[in-house]
Design a protein around this ligand. Structure first.
Ligand code: AMP
Length: 272
């Protein structure tokens, strides 16, 4: 992979990278379409990264279908799929970790200890292996995007990090490989997540600035759904992810919830 990328760079060609865990959907494809426009060579990685899953999480069950992914990637104009074996990414003597501190403390970082360390470590490795000029990430995983931007700046990666809007199903559900876990009844309940985010935006555009009041109303909407257990609902500064008392600047409303064993996340931007 490194030799291939070196040859492209020596030939003056630019490289775009879309890192994924596979089981591709339209959210992933939107990143590829943008990547295709922004560089000469489009590379995606497909790697279900064990180090970003905690104990008891869904590493084993995570959906995988490389044959289907290859077809979708080809249709999206992908030049190379980098799909390494786990034992090559993490040989037995592996012992190096990348940790971004402040922005990983809150939100999913609090519920999933070690998760972001796994993410930043594997993304740093992918950057060094694939040597892209630009890498694209979804705003669906807002904290991940902020964390990768921080890492790239702090560790002087000469790579542009581009965030892309969340792609949703027609009924509002944010696309996710994990949606395949949902039963029809759970999926119906899950719609309350995106519905509540829309309500939060309405409240803010009609003048509400108090985060507690917005969060209480959202909790009320999601709380009606018996199948949902809320993990967190928070309104944070979009840059440092610290919680806000007032929506007096660009903010992100981020939430995580469990439906049975399935953990879903979603977010939206709130602007005063
Ligand atoms: P994953 O395969 O879930 O690790 O996601 C790979 C990339 O696709 C990440 O940058 C995600 O943020 C992004 N992504 C996942 N779901 C969506 C979505 N619904 N809309 C836009 N981007 C997404």
């Amino acid at each position: 992979m490194q030799k291939f990328s070196n040859r492209q760079r020596e030939g003056g060609r630019t490289i775009a990278l879309v890192p994924t865990m596979g089981y591709l959907h339209k959210g992933h494809l939107s990143l590829m379409v943008e990547g295709r426009k922004r560089a000469d060579i489009l590379i995606i990685s497909i790697f279900v990264n064990p180090t970003q899953f905690g104990k008891g999480e869904d590493y084993q069950e995570y959906p995988r279908d490389l044959t289907r992914d290859k077809k979708l990637a080809r249709e999206a104009g992908v030049d190379i799929i980098f799909a390494p074996k786990t034992s090559l990414m993490y040989p037995p003597d592996y012992q190096t970790w990348v940790e971004v501190r402040e922005v990983t403390r809150n939100l999913c970082g609090a519920s999933r200890p070690g998760h972001f360390q796994g993410v930043t470590t594997v993304v740093a490795k992918l950057f060094n292996i694939i040597k892209p000029h630009i890498a694209l990430f979804g705003e669906k995983d807002f904290q991940q995007l902020v964390t990768i931007k921080r890492m790239a700046a702090d560790l002087n990666f000469d790579i542009k990090i581009l965030g892309m809007p969340t792609v949703r199903e027609n009924d509002g559900l944010a696309m996710s490989s994990r949606n395949t876990y949902l039963s029809p009844r759970e999926r119906e309940s899950a719609l309350s997540l995106s519905r509540s985010l829309r309500r939060a935006r309405e409240l803010v555009s009609s003048g509400e600035r108090n985060t507690t009041r917005v969060i209480e109303e959202i909790k009320g909407i999601i709380g009606k759904e018996k199948l949902i257990n809320i993990d967190y609902i928070k309104i944070c500064d979009t840059d440092n992810l610290k919680e806000l008392k007032k929506i007096d600047r660009k903010a992100v409303m981020a939430l995580a919830a469990k439906l049975g064993q399935t953990r879903l996340i979603d977010n939206c931007i709130l602007k005063p």
